[in-house]
Design a protein around this ligand. Sequence first.
Ligand code: FCB
Length: 442
Amino acid sequence: MLPGRAEFPPDFLFGVATSSYQIEGHSFGGAGPTHWDSFAATPGNVVRAENSARACDHYHRWPEDLDLIAGAGFDIYRFSTSWARIMPEGRGAVNAEGLDFYDRLVDGMLARGLKPALTLYHWELPAALADLGGWRNRDIAGWLADFTEVVCRRLGDRIWSAAPINEPWCVSWLSHFEGHHAPGLRDIRATARAMHHVLLAHGRAIEVMRGLGMSNLGAVCNFEFAHPADGPKAAQIAARRYDAIYNQCFASGLFKGCYPDAVLEGLGPHMPKGWQDDFGVIGAPLDWFGINYYTCKRIAAADTPWPALQEVPGPLPKTAMGWEIYPDGLHHFLTMLARDYTGTLPLYVTENGLASPDPLSDGSINDQMRLGYFQSHLAACRRAIADGVPLKGYIAWSLMDNYEWALGYEKRFGLVHVDFETLQRTPKASYHAWMKALEPRA
Ligand code: FCB
């Protein structure tokens, strides 16, 4: 059982999320190549070198997928637009077929009573822009602004909420320092530039949307609780550094107009010229802030150059991703962000969920572990609300099993099972539990 609507404030909203590249099928509809296509085609980057050419074929099956969202009773659908589907070269010519697709999709949401929550960029950078340096190139702020203008001139009048970029930490650190996501770099200078340019591009996109008269604009960042691995002081310092890079850096840029000292001690020498002058754009006022939360990490010191830290395994039960289940971390971030950064600004949990193997048995899937995860994290949300946090909604990741980036199709996060041979959708037990919880209030 999941807590019903009556357990939350009357205006609290529930939703599910997906992203374009993970579900649509990038080979359809005239989309241009992206850095994820080339990353996946390079041996060793993605499990079984799987790509998103077909994915869930949401490009053709979207009416069925929207029916599933509305059928469970969700209020919000958080989706994203593929830059390369709309502008195959990243700049200039618009692919009318791509823009028409999102136009139909948004109308389809409205026809079903769903609130469209748009993310403009959820990671599939057009390859032509990657060739120009991608997030390392300051010009990307202007490129994203132009893309935003194209999308929002067409869709902006029907969008319920919009955020420019999903998870700045993944776009920059995970992809340019750790090399786990496209473009697969491991370079500190590239990282410093990407981190700053992601926020600059965010600010420019917000300016464009405000200029078009749109409202309910926000930002979405991801957070991971950092436990020191053990007692010694060195681990505590390492965990604080991890926390600064992961959890404080982007919120600080957006809401305080600066980066933490613990981040600049490493990235400072590699920052782009004049970065201190960009916070006027970066700090454009927002209407809400979104928190993506999945897990915690155990951090120990490491004998390496900055940031001189390493992750070590922890003791809690783990999901199929190997991620520890730690709902207290969600409560921590909700209260910490409201206290230290966002004040009375409405907060949303914009992603939360788990991967589990979920085998079909007799035509149904009993994903009890996912249900337990939702229960414990919804309880953390309720505690935060009771503590006075202005939390206004919760969005589960994800509607259906999909392309889990470097882990290919192996890790299943869906409330709905997808058979990647037949593309058949089968709602799991957790989907049915949401349907029950989301019944209208008596
Ligand atoms: C988040 C991403 C999302 C999905 C989940 C599991 O970091 O935003 O696309 O991969 O993790």
